[in-house]
Design a protein around this ligand. Structure first.
Ligand code: SF4
Length: 295
């Protein structure tokens, strides 16, 4: 089974020095979690030191990873000139979810953190993944007819004001008019538009740098695989300036602060999903107060 891109690449958000959208979201979610994850990566602390390894996955990310990997495998087939297959994509996603949940103590963060996981979770997640893949084949993929392949699921980096910025684009194509189209598959609930705009702006800045083109010639599509909605967004110069400012500001803060600057923002669900729970007193307080509650 080729459906193992997640483990091969680790977590983009935490494993490399520099800025990424995933890191920025982790920082917003809990500055302490961001700091502890970064320190664990730098010093190579593993389970024995308290941090849960990077290949262990949050429950809330499982469907997204299964769907993204299945789509990436199908795009591999398209690029190779082979027929794409909904059935094969669904069966890969289902097999991957079964294997991860079958070893949840070692592969699912919440379980590794001592949370009981309901037995019905596998069929629920499998059904969600299959539904999103169905939407991909039915509503999203037909809209790429006539597109030329550029790249997909590829890790790239570029520089903004001497800061290394990492992106992993779900799919980059050229439309029949020769314009670059960057597509992001969305599998969860609609996110905050401001955060979408930061992610899209980062993609546009990367494409402009990578292909030496004008930012205004790059289109960004958000494909919502829950609803089938495909929205093409115009990223304005002001959005690019805001993204550049935010990236520079966060890189400055992250390198200048000592550990005391990274405050914890404990919440039960968030802390059970945190790889650094065993190293965080505040997180342990809220999770032990709720012990026994199932996922
Ligand atoms: S356990 Fe909770 S409070 Fe502590 S670092 Fe993780 S998310 Fe933040």
């Amino acid at each position: 089974m080729t459906l193992d891109r997640h483990r091969a690449s680790g977590s983009l958000g935490e494993s490399r020095e520099g800025w990424s959208f995933t890191k920025s979201r982790l920082y917003l979610d809990c500055p302490r979690a961001f700091h502890l994850a970064r320190e664990a990566n730098r010093s190579g602390i593993n389970e024995s030191g308290g941090a849960i390894p990077r290949h262990v996955i949050n429950l809330s990310s499982l469907v997204g990873i299964a769907v993204h990997q299945s789509i990436a495998d199908q795009i591999d087939r398209w690029v190779g000139g082979f027929q794409m297959s909904l059935r094969e994509a669904q069966s890969h996603a289902s097999a991957w979810l079964t294997s991860v949940l079958g070893d949840s103590e070692h592969l699912v963060t919440e379980k590794a953190n001592g949370l009981h996981i309901n037995s019905g979770i596998l069929s629920k997640l499998t059904s969600s993944a299959k539904s999103r893949l169905h939407t991909f084949f039915l509503a999203a993929w037909p809209q790429f007819r006539g597109h030329e392949y550029v790249l997909h699921e590829t890790l790239r980096s570029f520089c903004i004001q001497a800061n290394r910025v990492w992106v992993k684009v779900d799919l980059c194509t050229k439309n029949p008019d020769g314009e670059f189209v960057i597509t992001d598959w969305k599998t969860g609930r609609p996110s905050i538009l401001q955060e979408d705009m930061l992610q899209m702006s980062t993609y546009v800045l990367w494409a402009a740098a990578e292909f030496s083109i004008r930012a205004s010639d790059v289109h960004v599509r958000l494909a919502n695989l829950r609803t089938g909605e495909m929205a093409t967004h115009k990223v304005l110069t002001s959005h690019l300036a805001e993204a550049t400012d935010r990236i520079s500001r966060e890189c400055r803060m992250w390198s200048n602060w000592d550990s005391g600057g990274f405050l914890p923002l404990p919440e039960v669900q968030k802390c059970y999903s945190c790889r650094s729970l065993r190293m965080c007193n505040e997180g342990q307080e809220v999770t032990s107060a709720s012990a026994g509650r199932p996922a």
